[in-house]
Design a protein around this ligand. Structure first.
Ligand code: RIB
Ligand code: CA
Length: 309
């Protein structure tokens, strides 16, 4: 049976690649896409989700706009990584697919309270929508199969030395989620930095030769510059698609149980995910440790190849 799935995201280039992967995967029953402010403001993340579904030929997918800012902090965006549009590099047409109402938080609550079978949630951006849904209606936990999160860092952050972007943007939302009791799976920078879009892998994506793979390659060519240069890497880490790969092929990863606590007090370490693999208290998450990156890119290309025209 296809896995009932909702993707919460802030497209953003790597979110876009994750969406293209998910939209080509019949293993999922994609109930909807919810968008949140993050890489770029909400108006653009919502528009970009619509552009990607249109590119994928999936105009039937319901897309919702969510929270336009974090719970407490002012919004911090990442145009320097994703471009001012959030999808720099590919010239995608204006979307004709409409945004659905209601608000993304209402959609999440409605789906999770009426679901006939548990729903898996993939969180690819700041956790604002998910935290608000959990605060408004804690009972949604009963129908939440698993919350798979791209975020956090065991070692070095990517916005500050301490914090990864999604948790830095909304540290209070991340704290609400990690204290909620939800079944959590965390894919942090320590794993996504093992999944680098090297020039060879980018060439393999472009060689597929379809409009979708051309757009994906054009997006990744633009996106790759910042982090590759920043970290002196042979290619940019491909963060969000790791969540989709985990849902499709969990054996690409190794994981350990851990107690994850989010720092929300200190300006110096705001948004830090403190990960304790020897927790005195009960572990609250499964934290990925490794990814087989060759297998990951093989899966990504195999899914992109399914877009034949
Ligand atoms: O730190 C990387 C994460 O922040 C990714 O999800 C990227 O899209 C941004 O949202
Ligand atoms: Ca994202």
């Amino acid at each position: 049976m296809p896995l009932p799935l909702i993707i919460d995201c802030d497209p953003g280039v790597d979110d876009a690649i994750a969406l293209l992967m998910a939209l080509a995967s019949p293993e999922f029953d994609l109930l909807g896409i919810t968008t949140v402010a993050g890489n770029v403001p909400l108006a653009l993340t919502a528009k970009n989700a619509r552009k990607i579904c249109q590119l994928a030929g999936r105009t039937e997918i319901d897309i919702y706009a969510g929270c336009p800012r974090p719970l407490l902090r002012p919004l911090v965006t990442a145009e320097q990584v994703h471009g001012s549009s959030g999808l720099e590099g590919a010239d995608l047409p204006e979307p004709t697919v409409p945004l659905r109402s209601p608000h993304a938080v209402s959609f999440l609550i409605e789906q999770l309270t009426t679901a006939q079978q548990p729903i898996t949630l993939a969180a690819l951006g700041p956790l604002t929508n998910i935290a608000v849904a959990l605060i408004q209606q804690p009972q949604i936990l009963q129908n939440l199969q698993e919350l798979v999160i791209m975020g956090g860092a065991i070692a070095q952050g990517n916005v500050t030395a301490s914090a990864e972007f999604n948790f830095y943007v909304d540290p209070h939302a991340a704290r609400v989620v990690f204290e909620s009791g939800a079944k959590l799976t965390l894919i942090s920078l320590d794993v996504t930095h093992q999944a680098l879009t090297t020039p060879e892998r980018l060439a393999n994506i472009r060689a597929i030769g379809s409009p979708v793979s051309k757009a994906a390659a054009d997006l990744l060519a633009y996106y790759g510059v910042t982090d590759a240069v920043k970290y002196g890497l042979p290619g940019a880490p491909l963060h969000d698609p790791c969540v989709i790969a985990y849902l499709l092929q969990p054996n690409l990863f190794t994981a350990e149980a851990a107690a994850v606590v989010i720092e929300t007090q200190s300006e110096l370490t705001l948004g830090r995910s403190v990960v304790n693999f020897q927790p005195v208290g009960a572990a609250n998450a499964r934290v990925m440790r490794t990814i087989r990156s060759a297998g990951f890119y093989q899966l990504l290309i195999e899914r992109l190849e399914r877009y034949v025209s």
